[in-house]
Design a protein around this ligand. Structure first.
Ligand SMILES: *Cc1c(COP(=O)(O)O)cnc(C)c1O
Length: 544
């Protein structure tokens, strides 16, 4: 293949060229570029080579710590990328890849993402983004409207108002959750008389000002780990992220929640926020949001809903009611790179009160001046890409009804898969799908029946063996590379014990019932391996 020699040799002339000359179509990069443009799915299918290779073997090609001294040819570099990076990437768009929240992308995201890169706008300030700033504000208003359903005439005064923000766009659910709790914290310790607010004076003085010994965030034990990071970062301390037990449907137990609050009062700890989850990461369940809204009101604390995964369910006329009460939340997180089908690195948080974000407002002299419309004055991140354009594109091209179809399909497919699992003699459903996520494990019917009556000690021993089966099963399936499910550990109410379970997320519209059948068939084949059979024999031995 003829090489593009342009970027070779460090000379001024060659440097000019790498900033201006496009790659020749017959070069490696040109060919990849073309293949992606012609048919992304085909490209991924061909270029990601699903051969078993250990991470250690791959690491060997990424082990030098020195930056190359000499420039190289673009094509030489691209050959490396093709062979060592692309070939061993994960085919997250494959319809049989049903283990994680990352799925296929609509084709138009790719050229638009390219356009976004070409424009290279920086959303931190209007001076480097111009039209992208109003576009991002509109996207946040659209999301706000989806969540809060305010009348159309609510928006004009706020949408492009320099004094306010309906939400913040960021790199994902983690930053969205941090932003929400940051706002809650700064509002709890707002300036008051001689106290200039926590943002100025810090947590120690803020606590003294309020006469309390700490602040806490309450969430169910299914809460996402990003809340732990937020508790750490905002100075609450991870022990003050109170993880409340859940009921048989993985929803926060309101009785236990009340008890936790009582304990906090006894310790003179102020509840900062109550977090409801709309679509738990592991099981896809939704907390009783209406009841949580009532309770937050009673406590007088911030009510945040982490709808990073489940938020887009609001598009569905049929399933929106599952999130009833979300419109009473003070803030709501929704990830764009999950069920809005935007490439990785996009999340949002919206606030019911359009002035709430002023609690974290920050100004600088050269940008983010007072009264400017610079988005960076109320975002945690500084420089940011124009990712909102991809959400804007999804909203227009897919539309409310398109997203509704995707949501409905996912939920219905999860129900179908749950039926397949239930009817299969070798599997046990460990969480019913409420949205499009479910968990199950390998556990033959006669073992299920024996477990139902076995004494606690025996049950624990058997479940420990089944945990190992589950772990090996998932590992072998991942390594074979045909289909993929993930695995987690959950306390399963029926067993009153934490179990290792397989987790399936059904968001790829290309996943068919046949593929799901094949996932189970492959698992039945994998358990025939001697290593797993030996464990299953030990399970049997436990009964006699
Ligand atoms: C994915 C997820 C997050 C974190 O989002 P990132 O985009 O990974 O930072 C938070 N909460 C829930 C419920 C999630 O599913």
């Amino acid at each position: 293949m003829p090489k593009n020699r342009e970027a070779a040799r460090a000379s001024l002339e060659n440097l000019y060229r790498i900033f201006t000359v496009p790659e020749a179509p017959d070069s490696t990069l040109g060919a990849i570029d073309q293949a992606i443009s012609d048919d992304v799915a085909g490209f991924l299918q061909t270029y990601i080579v699903a051969i078993e290779r250990s991470l250690e073997e791959i690491e060997a090609h990424f082990s030098s710590a020195s930056i190359p001294e000499e420039p190289t040819y673009v094509s030489d570099y691209t050959e490396f990328v093709k062979e060592h990076l692309v070939a061993h990437s994960v085919h997250t768009a494959a319809p049989g890849f049903v283990g994680h929240m990352t799925s296929a992308l609509p084709y138009f995201m790719l050229p638009l993402a390219r356009l976004m890169t070409a424009l290279n706008q920086n959303l931190v300030k209007v001076e480097t983004s111009k039209a992208f700033t109003p576009m991002e504000r509109q996207v946040l208003a659209m999301l706000h409207h989806l969540v809060y359903r305010r009348a159309d005439d609510f928006y004009p005064p706020w949408i492009h108002n320099s004094q306010s923000a309906l939400g913040a766009f960021c790199s994902g659910g983690t930053i969205a959750n941090v932003t929400a709790l940051w706002v809650a914290r700064n509002r709890l310790f707002a300036p008051d008389g001689s106290f200039r607010g926590i943002a100025q004076e810090g947590l120690a003085r803020a606590l003294r000002h309020r006469g309390c010994d700490g602040i806490a965030v309450l969430v169910s034990e299914r809460g996402h780990y990003s809340l732990g990071k937020a508790a750490d970062l905002l100075g609450l301390g991870r022990v003050n992220l109170i993880k409340v037990g859940t009921d048989a449907h993985n929803r926060i137990d309101l009785k236990l929640l009340r008890e936790e609050c009582r304990r906090l009062r006894e310790r003179n700890i102020l509840p900062l926020a109550l977090v409801g989850i709309a679509g738990t990461t592991e099981t896809g369940n939704v907390d009783p949001l209406e009841a949580l809204a009532d309770f937050a009101q009673e406590l007088g604390c911030h009510f945040h809903v982490d709808a990073a995964w489940g938020g887009p369910t609001l598009f569905s006329d049929r399933y929106r009611h599952l999130l009833g009460g979300i419109e009473r939340a003070d803030s709501v997180t929704i990830d764009a790179h999950k069920q809005l089908y935007v490439p990785m690195g996009a999340g949002m948080v919206v606030f019911k009160d359009p002035t709430a974000l002023s609690a974290i407002e920050h100004h600088a002299n050269y940008i983010l001046r007072h009264g400017s419309k610079d988005l960076g004055s109320h975002t945690l991140e500084g420089s940011r890409p124009g990712k909102a354009m991809l959400v804007h594109a999804g909203f227009h091209i897919i539309g409310r009804k398109g997203y509704e179809l995707l949501i409905d399909m996912g939920i219905e497919r999860a129900k179908t898969f749950a039926d397949m699992v239930r009817q299969h003699p070798d599997f046990e459903l460990t969480s019913e799908p409420e949205l499009n996520i479910l968990t199950y494990r390998y556990c033959p019917l006669k073992v299920q029946q024996a477990l139902a009556t076995a004494p606690a000690g025996q049950r624990a021993a058997i479940n420990a063996l089944l945990d190992q089966v589950c772990q090996l099963l998932q590992k072998h399936q991942r390594e074979a590379g045909k289909t993929f499910v993930s695995r987690t550990r959950l306390r399963v109410a029926r067993h009153d014990q934490e179990l290792t379970v397989l987790r399936v997320v059904l968001a790829n519209p290309l996943t068919t019932d046949e593929i799901l059948g094949a996932v189970l068939a492959e698992q039945c084949e994998i358990v025939q391996q001697p290593e797993i059979q030996a464990l299953l024999q030990q399970v049997e031995a436990n009964f006699y």
